[in-house]
Design a protein around this ligand. Sequence first.
Ligand code: NDP
Length: 333
Amino acid sequence: YNEVPTGFPEPGKTTIQDDSQTIELENVPLNGGILVKTLVVSIDPYMRGRMRDPSVKSYSPPYVIGEPLNNFGVGKVLRSETPKFKSGDHIYGILLFQEYNVVKDLAEFRLLENKEGLPWTVYVGVCGMPGQTAYYAWKEWSAAQKGEVAFVTAAAGPVGATVVQLAKADGCKVIASAGSDEKVAFVSSLGADAAFNYKTTNTSKVLQMEGPINIYWDNVGGETLEAAIEAAQPVSRFIECGMISQYNTKTPYPVKNITSIVSKQLRIYGFLVFSMHGKYREQFYAEMPRRVASGEIKYQEDIVRGLDKVGEAILDVQTGRNKGKKVIIVADD
Ligand code: NDP
């Protein structure tokens, strides 16, 4: 537990559970902040990128060896010294992976009104950062026309599954890949027209049969990106959301047909979700919880209980053992 992983993170080595510290809930000073009981924390693919040498710059801060992990979570305010939140409120923001958090910097924390009465786990999935990712970038760049063909990868996860449904709602034909037959069945149940298991079926062949494509939602990069470039119509839109096939490898896959980006005039849109909050966040919260509560947008969660499961959960998401949005329930409401 004192080194940065070079391959997959190892539970019990890369991450450990430490029960040695306690805080006095009654007396802990808040200094104008809030005391929060952690209800839910999210496990996301980008957490792997935060396990890096601190000298390597990236868009999100590195985790510090010896300090608690942190990520998006939902908590309940137990005590407050700020007018922004009151005791009993539920909030969403970055929490330390601890049973209780004292939060002083509240700028990025949001009050969850949850008028729809959704489970709190949903607010780190389809109604949280992954849902925002799908919603913002699909709206911004898909330019989807009825009858166009969209290809979505990692389609059973919270980002991919939401994109599949947004693409269907816009009248696209959806080709979708996932890493097990069970995940493929889920993706088909969302309305995907041609869902397939990329581990047992050749992606290029499927794209040849079901394509060509107009929109590629990339969650995986590598060979699949190469296949998508091959199957793209001229002026296709490539929404570059993630490249998880490259996150745990030291030797990146060399995409061979990269020059086709020029000859096919492909539109390549790389993005980070937080840079788009200003434009879309309020619209997202006004719409998504309602659409989820009505059943119009479906989701799948892979829930485990207890912070002792964090290490395994991180590895699950990197290896594809998760079945839907990976969430840790730390405490009931
Ligand atoms: P998921 O819950 O879908 O988990 C990741 C999935 O990736 C795994 O379940 C697995 O599914 C798949 N996967 C793992 N390894 C590989 C591999 N070698 N090749 C192909 N697929 C693999 O995650 P999310 O929905 O939360 O995130 C999806 C993508 O979106 C990630 O790449 C993530 O980094 C990216 N993202 C980007 C954001 C941005 O701002 N740009 C914000 C949020 C997420 P399977 O079994 O189907 O292989």
